[in-house]
Design a binder for this molecule. Structure first.
Ligand SMILES: Cc1ncc(C[n+]2csc(CCOP(=O)(O)OP(=O)(O)O)c2C)c(N)n1
Ligand SMILES: [Mg+2]
Length: 572
């Protein structure tokens, strides 16, 4: 009879799981041992910290739509890895978590009886349940195999997300009786679900609403990235000549250089986007949850269901109509529904074009009036470097197909606000948790997918140091990403909100992050003058190594100068 660990590896192969990322421990060590010699089908990546494994898998899942498995010992998956699992849950990213209870046969002991990683009777199942689509506890070998199959299924079905199988120690190595029910079937058969579409009469209702509208706008979110429907989104926008705003996670759903792009809506968005949405009479939301950050805490001058007809397309029927009441919710895969809308748009779009002409004609002026992706500081060289200038230089010196992983803090607000994406599907961000330390491991995970394109992490010095160990993984697996550190020697976003003379717990000792990188065997350089950045990028790219460009940043400029919900002097 085969053992559960053998069948778990077989399941991963059948389901086409390409990567197992993690740190062996407890019962998972046996499964790792069985992966030996299988590199042509399943590649194993050893990380330095489980958080990095989970973030890499999150980014890989977003880029491919397929889950990577993260695997390691229960206590540490339910603690160290949770940062990435949580973000994957909030960002609808497929991921499979394979772990154990390390109970050593005494799982009935209470948590306070545990010690030294054995008898790990912490309630790992409950911890993971709070942040996953599906978590099952396998108490016997057959459950371990079927649980793994179902975790893969649930990670990718409907709105994707993390799905976990937690196994009792004895379940992993035990024999599986294949002759009695429940039977073990080929795992691939659980994944053959066609993408959900909308009914034709509901598509027609949406077309009717658009036809009557004079000022329609699209708001595209993460769902466009997840369904890889960038082309359909652009086609729909062009057919109706309607502006396209994006949420933060939807950044680069359409190239921000496209004439119909108005940039990102929300707290850190473009004024052109906030005004375009605010003046719209119909808002078509595609795969965006409409978080408080997207809506500037439901500011009625931007989103207002009393003035606007809102159509919301979402894979999750709970999301459609959660934030605002809707004129129409369309439930299904964003790509499928956008294709349906594109197909049903003619002749209605052409026939009603006259009614939308004034709106479309006004768009270029609106962008110009609201300094679209422009700021005077973007054009001024200095030492230390202003964040605005750094963003401008990155845009000038990196190719249009560069893939970005953002982090948290001021650095990401500058990037999200001022970097004008020249190509669709180029921005990835931790928009679920806004957690520091996501960017670098995410870039490493993205490099597994985008092998022939530049992959660049942009992070703060605070976030960089949280997961800096991912550089070691990048060196080990030859994943030459570039990490640009906005080094202001501080938790910049925190510091800027503290009064002068009363700064507390927001400033660091100085660190040369380039030197830190060299210690890992990566390329590393620190620069303090904006004029040195182009050459630093050239050197980083020429090194062929994972690279860190540590940029000393001017602490002066504040995103509050343009932040949509910032409290300004004189305001009460
Ligand atoms: C893991 C984590 N801890 C705390 C926070 C709260 N927080 C948001 S921004 C920020 C400061 C970020 O500092 P840094 O990474 O240096 O970026 P900067 O703002 O300086 O550009 C903090 C502490 C967070 N988002 N994530
Ligand atoms: Mg900082």
């Amino acid at each position: 009879m085969p053992t559960a660990d053998e069948l778990i590896v077989q399941t991963l192969e059948e389901a086409g799981v390409e990567y197992v990322i993690g740190i062996p421990g407890g019962g998972t060590g046996q499964i790792y041992n069985l992966l030996y010699g299988k590199e042509d089908r399943i590649k194993t990546i050893l990380v330095r910290h489980e958080q990095v494994a989970a973030i890499m898998a999150d980014a890989y899942g977003r880029a491919t739509g397929r889950p990577a498995a993260i695997m390691g010992q229960g206590l540490f998956m339910a603690s160290n890895a949770t940062f990435g699992i949580m973000e994957a849950m909030l960002s609808s990213s497929p991921m499979v978590v394979i772990t154990d209870t390390s109970d050593g046969g005494v799982g009935f002991h209470a948590a306070n009886q545990s010690g030294a990683g054995e008898y790990g009777s912490m309630d790992i199942t409950t911890i993971l349940k709070t942040m996953s689509k599906y978590t099952t506890l396998a108490t016997n070998p057959k459950e371990a195999v079927i649980g793994t199959q179902l975790a893969i299924k649930h990670a990718t079905s409907g709105r994707p997300g993390p799905a976990c199988v937690v196994m009792r120690s004895a379940a992993i190595s035990g024999e599986v009786d294949l002759e009695s029910p429940p039977f073990i079937h080929n795992a691939a058969g659980y994944l053959n679900t066609a993408k959900p579409q909308s009914a034709p009469q509901d598509i027609q209702r949406a077309i009717d609403i658009l036809s009557q509208s004079q000022r329609p706008v699209l708001v595209a979110g993460n769902g466009v990235h997840m369904s890889k429907s960038h082309q359909q989104l652009q086609e729909l926008a062009e057919l109706w000549n309607m502006p396209v705003a994006t949420s933060y996670k939807g950044k680069s759903a359409i190239a921000e250089t496209h004439p119909l792009s108005v940039g990102m809506v929300g707290v850190y968005g473009q004024e052109a986007a906030n005004r375009s949405v605010g003046e719209a009479d119909t808002v078509v939301v595609v795969g965006a949850k409409l978080t408080p950050q997207d809506t500037v805490r439901e500011r009625p001058s931007i989103f207002d269901p009393l003035r606007q007809k809102i159509i919301q397309i979402d894979i999750d029927d709970r999301n459609a109509g959660w934030t605002f009441p809707l004129e129409l919710g369309l439930i299904g895969d964003a790509g499928s529904i956008l294709s349906q809308l594109v197909e049903a748009s003619q002749p209605a779009a052409a026939n009603s074009a006259a009614g939308r002409k004034a709106w479309a004609d006004a768009l270029p002026q609106r962008k110009q009036d609201n300094s679209f992706y422009d700021d005077p500081e973007m054009h001024r060289d200095s030492s230390p470097v202003t964040p605005q200038r750094l963003v401008a230089l990155l845009n000038e010196n990196l190719s249009a197909d560069t893939v970005f992983a953002l982090d948290a803090g001021n650095n990401r607000t500058w990037m999200a606000h001022l970097y004008q994406a020249r190509q669709a599907n180029t921005f990835f961000s931790p928009g679920g948790t806004a957690g520091m330390g996501w960017g670098l491991p995410a870039a490493v995970g993205l490099k597994l997918v985008y092998k022939d394109r530049p992959v660049v992490c942009v992070t703060g010095d605070g976030g960089y140091m949280m997961t800096v160990n991912a550089l070691s993984t990048a060196v080990q697996y030859d994943l030459p990403i570039i990490c640009v550190v906005f080094n202001d020697g501080a938790l910049g976003m925190v510091r800027q909100h503290q009064p002068e003379g009363r700064r507390i717990a927001s400033e660091f000792v100085t660190t040369d992050n380039g030197a830190v990188a060299r210690g890992f065997g990566a390329f590393g350089i620190q620069i303090g003058d904006s004029r040195d950045l182009p050459d630093a990028i050239r050197q980083a790219q020429a090194s062929g190594l994972p690279a860190v460009i540590d940029v000393l940043i001017d602490r002066g400029p504040s995103p509050d100068d343009w932040r949509a919900d910032a409290r300004r002097a004189g305001e009460t």
